[in-house]
Design a protein around this ligand. Structure first.
Ligand code: ZN
Length: 202
């Protein structure tokens, strides 16, 4: 399986990182080895000085598809989840400044936290609410209606470039409030108010 990630999909997050607002989605990949095994702590990599959390809504692809029209995109996923796109922000900034790919800053082992998935029928897809708490303090407060590109538009867009396969995950971008983690922090993600994942930082 592959993990397709969307960058710069929330206007306020674009502002906080002083990025340019894109005219089409920013897309990058993480390898399957990036997935943090369930119940495992996240170990800050030895190469890193600044790891940021980014809580994101996840979409799990349910069948193969290419060149999917946005109006049929809903047939290609049944489940919605929540996760974290851990990012080495210092390394990413250096790579961005040089115009180099972000993979080392975004695709390292453990950088993809994948929480529980639930049937999409349980959600109002236009208005899914999700949050991230760091040590019980609310740090990110997101809602799908603030996405610049909605789930179906993202599926249509990325499937022009990559054949989607059953089990692939799309990380749909992070809202504002990203920040750094340090050892002993505990991150808890909630989806519609229900705890979805809990990760300890080591
Ligand atoms: Zn992200």
């Amino acid at each position: 399986m592959k993990i397709i990630c969307i960058g710069r999909n929330y206007a306020k997050h674009i502002e906080e990182l002083a990025n340019e607002r894109p005219t089409e989605p920013v897309v990058f990949l993480k390898p399957d080895s990036a997935i943090l095994p369930k119940k495992m702590p996240f170990f800050i990599p030895t190469f890193s000085n600044e790891i940021h959390y980014e809580v994101e809504l996840l979409v799990k692809i349910n069948k193969v598809g290419k060149h999917i029209d946005a109006k049929f995109a809903h047939k290609y996923y049944d489940e919605i989840g929540l996760g974290i796109d851990f990012t080495d922000r210092e390394l990413q900034s250096k790579l961005k400044a040089k115009g180099l790919p972000w993979e080392k800053a975004k695709g390292f082992d453990g950088s993809a936290v994948v929480g529980e998935f639930y049937p999409k029928e349980q959600f109002d897809l236009e208005n899914i609410k999700f949050q991230l708490f760091k040590n019980d303090e609310l740090v990110q407060d997101g809602e799908s209606n603030s996405m610049l590109w909605k789930i179906d538009e993202l599926i249509a867009y990325v499937s022009q470039f990559f054949t989607l396969k059953k089990g692939d995950l799309i990380f749909t971008g992070t809202p504002a409030g990203v920040g750094a983690v340090k050892p002993e922090d505990v991150l808890v993600g909630t989806l519609e108010g229900n705890e979805n994942f809990r990760v300890k930082i080591k």
